[in-house]
Design a protein around this ligand. Structure first.
Ligand code: ADP
Ligand code: MG
Length: 231
């Protein structure tokens, strides 16, 4: 009885999400369709409009990619892995972006902390959050990621010296489609929160305008026998 209800609730959330995604994707498609119709009427290719069309299609694509990861009802591949290793791989992915913007990524990662969950989903959640930290930070700023052990838990913090958020902005964080960026989808934080909570983890945000943001994530460690096999 209880399980049925939970499943129903989940389907409802996914359905609501689908409706708002459909709405968001219609806008870029309408723009592209309009340009194509115009080109057809004028019997010219209208090459000048191609960059806008590509940008609009790219936005639709980003929304769909982010949506697929929120709506995917369950984790696909559960495996044991070293969290420190996963985080250092994510930071390597973001290094070119940080370098280009003149931002320093610092890390302090404890070795040998094993999790057992969907590694690809967790990578996506952490990548979204760390990418936001980099995007909020100006040249000369620092994004610091730490991983420390707790009792049966892994503690991850992501701290940036970026623009920070007001109380009001913090309250809107994690709301679908809330974005202050020109090309943002406003899905990254919502996706990340959902993934971490589905892993029975917790996530909290602290922020101060002009000073920076600190994200604290706690994730349950794998059972000890799994940890030993990995180490
Ligand atoms: P997007 O990155 O596409 O805008 P997100 O859901 O990832 O969407 O983030 C939503 C908004 O939250 C961002 O547009 C930004 O205003 C704010 N935000 C998220 N992370 C941070 C951060 N570390 N520092 C400041 N603002 C942030
Ligand atoms: Mg983002």
């Amino acid at each position: 009885m209880k399980i049925e209800l939970q499943r129903g609730e989940k389907l409802q959330v996914v359905g609501e999400l689908a409706a708002s995604i459909a709405h968001e994707i219609r806008n870029p498609l309408t723009v592209v369709k309009g340009f194509l119709q115009l080109s057809l009427e004028r019997k010219e290719a209208g090459i000048a409009h191609i960059p806008i069309m590509l940008e609009e299609l790219g936005r639709a694509e980003m929304i769909i990619n982010d949506y697929l990861s929120v709506s995917r009802p369950q984790f696909e591949k559960i495996e044991a892995f070293d969290l420190g290793l996963l985080i250092s791989n994510i930071l390597a992915l973001l290094d070119p972006l940080a370098n280009k913007e003149g931002i320093l990524i610092e890390m302090q990662l404890e070795e040998g902390l094993a999790l057992r969950t969907d590694k690809a989903r967790l990578q996506q959640a952490l990548l979204n959050l760390i990418k936001n930290a980099v995007e909020a930070t100006k040249a000369g700023g620092v994004v610091k990621v730490t991983l420390k052990p707790g009792p049966g838990e892994a503690h991850v913090t992501i701290a940036d010296t970026g623009r920070g958020m007001t109380e009001q902005e913090l309250n809107r964080l994690g709301t679908l489609f809330y974005s202050t960026k020109e090309k943002g989808t406003g899905l990254g934080t919502s996706v990340s929160i959902r993934i971490i909570e589905a892993m029975r983890g917790t996530i909290s945000f602290k922020s101060k305008p002009g000073v920076g943001t600190q994200i604290s994530i706690v994730l349950p460690l794998a059972e000890p026998n799994v940890r030993e096999r990995l180490g």
